[in-house]
Ligand binder design. Structure first.
Ligand SMILES: [Zn+2]
Length: 699
């Protein structure tokens, strides 16, 4: 869809009585001029009033009802129940009187066709291992890894590879355990599923079984739950890298190198902790290192390989399917061409009560409350767009295709993207953001009541739990903020309640689990929706955008300090230091300018244009971190401060520099140093670009 058809203009009323036109124009002029003098004060007073109205209109029963309706059936992307969920969301938004849109795409998705796993134990018995979950409904998808290649292993010995990291394979090699040709059993740790399989394939493993360790109590992994998930590398439709997957549009072939590089080379399958235990407890071979076994819930003697042997088959089907993003647009009154986006995905591996529909329920409730405010006369200064994404679980596909399609529009008009995936997984507030948004996030959490302590605010309990402010950054590629920040350079936030939940991607992620464990009174939903909706209101209504680039500067300085400790003396971080200095002085000037313009009484055109000019610089500065050449991990990723790097490089900032450091350890020293220095220069130039945009003076 073209940007213009995304926001079709409303029909303009025509005046038939031409004779009254001059009179009307005169009246309009008078009103407009009168309005302009009042505008500043009236609108800020109104904004406060409506923010209070927003907070007081929260309703936990409504949130519960939304969640119930969204989670009646499993709704994996590309299936009929998933389309029903899209309809439900659209109809709800429409029923509120909001303007809605749907964007359809046709990406490559992946579903299981046939799976089997049998073990032959040392005592001679052969057993078909359980591959599904107790009580799994017939309309729910069996546990699988999306985009796993089809394949099989016959009579292959099982071997335990711990978390599947480099150091785990090194420990196996040191113990004399051969993994080549084996079926590796790995437990889920910090690596992504795809990275675990890729690492295993590089060691010559034939197939990978992956399990997630059980929780002590409650429904979930303890009850035989199995964690589904994608093993595709990168984000977005694999057949349309860098452009939108439109029906009838250009699509690469499955055998294209760029496409096949996105998928692992060996098949993999998630299994339950019980299934893994049956295999692992029967292995011989060298003993498992104590640091592996001390954190395991069951006993293993050896790491293998064998003597237990496995027959494994996975057959999957990759096919192009239709997905649906649903939008509601609340047009800004003064600056309709500036967008604040709130996004959450709707597709789920099963029922999705936590992941992602706790967030969808919050989004729908925000829509309800905004609609209520509109009935009472509120209109945002800038446009607010509520986005309900499809096919996130397959690799942020719905959001990525839409961002690719609308890159120019978003690049010139989007102010911030506010993501909520699992709004509620349990207790405790967590947030990730680009640093210019930290201060706003902190301010907002002071305005929202804590869900678990009536006397406190979200801010008080959040800082108490972390001994201060703890805002993480957005280098991950684990939710829909990735295309907005890492491809389009749009300042972003991601937030949620609860750190971890035992029913993650299992058939037990249900409404009942939410009511019994996650959020019995839906107060955490209320708090999540409160912070999310209020953030958007401030960004939509503040005269000067509440962005603080001094904070960004401080964060960058911290990164350079860490980097300095990692590097040897032959590599200079001086280019970074210089560009950060330039950014710091611009950020200080901009802060003064913002204070002045906020207090300024000048109304009418000069005031409006001065504020708009500053706001544009604040909005566009983040784009300076983008670099056309992208990252070593993948050219599609354009952001040089936040983005993915090779999993072995292990830093959460400057991904290009991090990967160059990791690679240089495997190069001749001069060559490695030159590539690190080049990546440092690239980041330094990016920071200088940010300073130039923010300062707004090309000469
Ligand atoms: Zn999710």
């Amino acid at each position: 869809m073209k940007p213009s058809s995304l926001f079709p203009s409303k029909p303009t009323p025509t005046c038939t009585a031409l004779s009254v036109l001059p009179l009307l124009l005169l009246a309009f002029y008078a009103l407009r001029h009168h309005g302009q003098h009042q505008q500043h004060h009236v609108s800020s007073r109104n904004a406060d009033h409506f923010r209070r109205a927003f907070l007081s209109s929260a309703a936990n029963a409504t949130l519960a009802a939304y969640l119930r309706a969204l989670t009646l059936r499993p709704h994996v992307a590309g299936t009929a129940p998933s389309l029903d969920a899209a309809r439900l969301v659209r109809e709800h938004l429409e029923s509120l009187g909001l303007e809605t849109h749907v964007a359809r795409f046709a990406p490559l998705l992946s579903y299981p066709a046939r799976v089997s796993l049998a073990a032959r134990f040392p005592n001679g018995t052969s057993v078909d291992l359980p591959l599904t979950e107790p009580g799994l409904a017939p309309d729910a998808v069996v546990p699988y890894h999306a985009y796993s290649p089809s394949g099989s292993a016959a009579g292959a010995r099982a071997v335990f590879v711990n978390y599947g990291r480099e150091e785990d394979y090194a420990a196996l090699a040191a113990a004399g355990a051969e993994v080549e040709g084996c079926v590796a059993v790995a437990r889920r740790g910090d690596l992504s599923r795809g990275d675990v399989v890729r690492a295993a394939a590089s060691k010559g493993v034939a197939a990978v079984l992956m399990y997630t360790e059980g929780d002590a109590a409650g429904l979930g992994r303890a009850a035989g739950g199995v964690e589904r998930g994608t093993v595709m590398r990168g984000v977005g439709d694999p057949l349309s890298p860098g452009w939108a997957a439109l029906e009838g549009g250009e699509a690469l072939g499955l055998d294209d190198e760029e496409v096949s590089a996105r998928f692992p080379k060996v098949p993999s399958l998630p299994v339950s902790a019980e299934c893994a235990e049956m295999i692992l407890a029967s292995l011989g071979g060298p003993p498992a290192p104590p640091e592996w076994t001390e954190t395991m819930g069951f006993k293993v003697r050896g790491v293998g390989p064998g003597p237990t042997a496995l027959n494994f088959t996975y057959q999957g089907e990759k096919k192009v399917a239709t997905i649906h993003n649903v939008f509601a647009v609340i047009r800004g009154l003064e600056e309709p061409d500036r967008y604040i986006l709130l996004g959450n995905h709707r597709d789920a591996w099963t029922y999705g009560a936590v992941d992602p529909n706790s967030g969808t329920a919050a989004l729908l409730d925000i829509a309800r409350r905004y609609a209520l405010m509109m009935q009472r006369g509120w209109n945002p200064r800038r446009s607010i767009i509520l986005c309900s994404w499809d096919a996130e679980e397959f690799g942020m596909i719905g959001s990525t295709e839409w961002v690719e399609q609308n890159l120019m529009t978003l690049g010139s008009k989007a102010i911030a993207y506010l993501n909520v995936d699992c709004a509620v997984q349990g207790p405790g507030f967590f947030a990730r953001a680009t640093p210019q948004l930290d201060e706003l996030l902190i301010e907002i959490t002071k305005k929202v009541k804590d869900p678990d302590n009536k006397e406190a605010t979200v801010y008080e309990m959040w800082t108490k739990a972390n001994d201060g402010i703890d805002i993480q950054r957005l280098s991950g590629i684990d939710s829909d903020y990735a295309p907005f920040l890492q491809y389009a350079g749009i300042p972003s936030v991601d937030m949620y309640y609860g750190k971890d939940f035992p029913v993650y991607h299992t058939a037990y992620d249900t409404y009942d689990w939410m009511v019994n464990h996650g959020d019995p009174f839906f107060q955490r939903h209320v708090a999540a929706a409160g912070v999310w909706g209020l953030l958007a209101l401030r960004l939509a209504d503040d005269l000067i955008l509440p962005f603080n680039y001094l904070n960004y500067t401080n964060q960058l300085r911290g990164y350079v300090d860490i980097l300095n400790n990692l590097l040897d003396g032959n590599i200079s971080v001086h280019p970074l230091t210089l560009s950060i200095q330039a950014l710091a002085s611009v950020a200080k000037e901009v802060e003064l300018e913002a204070e002045k313009l906020s207090a300024e009484q000048t109304t009418g055109e000069p005031g409006v244009l001065r504020r708009r000019a500053l706001n544009d610089r604040l909005m566009l500065a983040e784009r300076g971190f983008l670099d056309a050449d992208g990252l070593p991990y993948g050219q599609w990723f354009k952001h040089l401060v936040y983005g993915p790097s090779d999993y072995r490089s292990r830093t959460s900032f400057f991904p290009g520099i991090a990967e160059a450091i990791w690679r240089s350890a495997r190069m001749r020293s001069g060559e490695g140093q030159a590539s690190i220095q080049h990546e440092i220069w690239r980041v330094a130039r990016a920071i200088q670009r940010v300073a130039d945009v923010l300062g707004g003076r090309p000469l």
